[in-house]
Design a protein around this ligand. Structure first.
Ligand SMILES: [Zn+2]
Length: 140
């Protein structure tokens, strides 16, 4: 075996904590899965490897402004008076991922535009288990 890390959720999260957004790329058909998968979601080949997506730009595909969030977001200070925007972002290579939208006003959803250009901006979150890095985006 090579020294390459196995495609596992835990390794994906470890990469995130190093502020690297890593997906998997199928060596047979070229499809990129994000979050990464051991088995290609398009052709079911198990011949996949890591691909670094950290420096790709993206476009907003859809979003929601959340006034009643999950406990994870409530613990971070978001609530009905302090909503957050969460979106699906499609990267320039076609892979899509969800993330917190930063630098936008969740109280004015009409100012957030589908198709707007975004770039990665990792979010550092203090948790009982320590500092964690989440996927986030901001206007490019
Ligand atoms: Zn494939």
């Amino acid at each position: 075996m090579s020294e390459e890390k196995e495609i596992l959720q835990s390794n994906y999260l470890n990469f995130l904590n190093e502020k690297k957004l890593m997906g998997s790329k199928c060596k047979k058909c070229g499809h990129v899965d994000l979050p990464p998968r051991k088995i290609c979601s398009k052709c079911l080949s198990s011949d996949t490897g890591w691909i670094d997506l950290t420096n790709l730009s993206g476009k907003l595909s859809t979003f929601s402004c959340v006034y009643v969030g999950t406990k994870r977001f409530l613990d971070r200070g978001f609530d009905q008076k302090n909503p957050y925007a969460f979106g699906v972002v499609t990267l320039e290579n076609g892979a899509a991922i969800t993330g917190l939208l930063q630098g936008v006003d969740p109280k004015k959803p009409e100012t957030i535009k589908i198709g707007m250009n975004l770039k990665l901006k990792f979010v550092e979150v203090q948790t009982p288990a320590g500092l964690q890095v989440d996927v986030g985006f901001e206007p490019a």
